[in-house]
Design a protein around this ligand. Structure first.
Ligand code: NAD
Length: 253
C-alpha cells in the first residue's frame, strides 16, 4: 500500500502497460485516473479499479490542461503522473520510406504529449511541494536497431532528454521526474504480430538475455516503485527494465 490515498494519473490506461499499471496503482492504494482516447476500455478499467475515467487525447493542449486542472479540482491533488500513452504505427519504418506525416504524428503523440502532460502536472506538484512523474520512453532510446522505426526511436529519445532536464530543474521542489525504459513487452498486439511472423519474433528474442519478452505486470511493478517514496532519492534517471538487453554483447544459447 505504498500509494495509499495518492492521486495517480495514468495515460494510455486502456491497454498494455497502462492497464497493468492502473491495476497495480489501485492495489497499492491509489485513487487512479484512467486516461485514454479509447472511451469504452478506459471506463471498463476505471470501473475495475474503482477509479475515474477521463477520455482525452494527450496530444491536444486544451484537453491535457483540462485533464490535470480537473483532477486537481475534483481530488485536491496530483501526486503521480504516469505519462505513458504512445503509438507505434506500421507506416513508421526505415527513414527511406517513412513520410513526414507519419513522422509528425508519432512525434506528436509520443513526445509532444509528454511535454504537455509535464507542463500541466508540474504546477500542481509545485503547490504541493511533492510529486512523482514517470515518462515512458523505451530501450530503443538507448540502442540502435537495424529493424528501424525511425520516428518512434527519435520520439523516445526526446522523452528521455526532456525527462532528464525536468528532473534536474525541479529536484529541489520535491518533484521527481524519471524515464521508464521498458524492453519489449508481451502486449496482445505485439504477440499477435509475432504469432503471425515467428521469424520477426526470433530476430528480436535472440538479443534478450532472459530469452523472453516482459509481462506488462513486470513493467507496472517498476512504475509503482518510481511512483512511490521507495524511490525517493531517484530523479532524472533512465530506469531500464529490459531483461538485460542493454547490458548484453553475447546472449546465452
Ligand atoms: P498499447 O497500444 O497497448 O496502449 C497504449 C494506449 O495508449 C492505448 O490504450 C491507446 O488507446 C492509448 N493512446 C494512444 N494514443 C493516445 C492519445 N493520443 N491520447 C490518449 N491515449 C492514447 O501500448 P503499450 O505497449 O502498453 O505501450 C505503452 C507505452 O509503452 C507506449 O509509450 C510505448 O511506446 C511504450 N513501450 C512499449 C513497449 C512494448 O513492447 N509494448 C516497449 C517499450 C516502450
Amino acid at each position: 500500500m505504498r500509494l495509499q490515498d495518492r492521486v495517480a494519473v495514468v495515460t494510455g490506461a486502456a491497454s498494455g502497460i497502462g492497464l497493468a499499471t492502473a491495476r497495480r496503482f489501485a492495489a497499492e492504494g491509489a485513487r487512479v485516473v484512467c486516461v485514454d482516447i479509447d472511451a469504452t476500455n478506459a471506463r471498463t478499467v476505471a470501473d475495475e479499479v474503482g477509479g475515474e475515467a477521463v477520455v482525452a487525447d494527450v496530444s491536444d493542449e486544451a484537453q491535457v490542461r483540462a485533464l490535470f486542472d480537473g483532477v486537481a479540482e475534483r481530488h485536491g491533488r496530483v501526486d503521480v503522473a504516469f505519462n505513458n500513452a504512445g503509438i507505434s504505427p506500421p507506416d513508421d519504418d526505415s527513414i527511406l520510406v517513412t513520410g513526414l506525416e507519419a513522422w509528425e504524428r508519432v512525434l506528436r503523440v509520443n513526445t509532444t504529449s509528454v511535454y504537455l502532460c509535464c507542463k500541466y502536472a508540474i504546477p500542481h506538484m509545485q503547490r504541493q511541494g511533492k510529486g512523482s512523474i514517470i515518462n515512458t520512453a523505451s530501450f530503443v532510446a538507448l540502442m540502435g536497431a537495424a529493424t528501424s522505426q525511425i520516428a518512434y526511436t527519435a520520439s523516445k529519445g526526446g522523452v528521455l532528454a526532456m525527462t532528464r532536464e525536468l528532473g534536474v530543474q525541479f529536484a529541489r521542489e520535491g518533484i521527481r521526474v524519471n524515464a521508464l525504459c521498458p524492453g519489449p513487452v508481451a502486449t496482445p498486439l505485439l504477440m499477435e504480430l509475432f504469432a503471425k511472423d515467428p521469424e520477426r519474433a526470433a530476430r528480436r528474442l535472440v538479443h534478450v538475455p532472459m530469452g523472453r519478452f516482459a509481462d506488462p505486470t513486470e513493467i507496472a511493478a517498476a512504475v509503482a516503485f518510481l511512483a512511490s517514496d521507495d524511490s525517493s532519492f531517484m530523479t532524472a534517471a533512465e530506469f531500464v527494465v529490459d531483461g538485460g538487453i542493454t547490458g548484453a554483447y553475447v546472449t546465452p544459447l
